[in-house]
Write a new protein. Structure first.
Length: 120
């Protein structure tokens, strides 16, 4: 079975992104790291094939994406739809949140993520 996760050719890009999280990513990561959310381990800037996910929970096969202004354009929406369809085809569910919601209602974001946990 071929592997699509954390391919070596994406290592430098993943590292660069981990070292320069957006403020919203850093805020959410503070609540996800060290398995703080219902004991689920999340990885930040995890790659799957050509894509680098903001956050990924391997146990749940769940990707969390934070969207800034660039995602609300026609081009951004098309890219996101293609990306989500591809990830879904691999059995990875995708949850998307706007950056501003992380700032205005982090508790709701965390509750929504936890509500999508299926593994016991």
């Amino acid at each position: 079975m071929p592997t699509y996760h954390n391919l070596p050719n994406k290592k430098d890009q993943r590292q660069t992104l981990r070292n320069s999280l957006t403020p919203a990513e850093a805020k959410l990561w503070f609540s996800l790291k060290n398995a703080q959310l219902d004991g689920r381990k999340f990885r930040r800037q995890h790659s799957v094939s050509a894509y680098i996910l903001d956050f990924y929970c391997p146990e749940e096969r769940l990707a969390i994406e934070l969207d800034g202004a660039g995602h609300s354009t026609v081009t951004g929406n098309l890219h996101d739809a293609h990306r989500t369809a591809y990830l879904n085809s691999l059995g990875i569910r995708v949850l998307r949140f706007e950056n501003k919601v992380v700032w205005s209602d982090l508790a709701s974001v965390l509750h929504h993520i936890a509500a999508h946990f299926t593994a016991t």
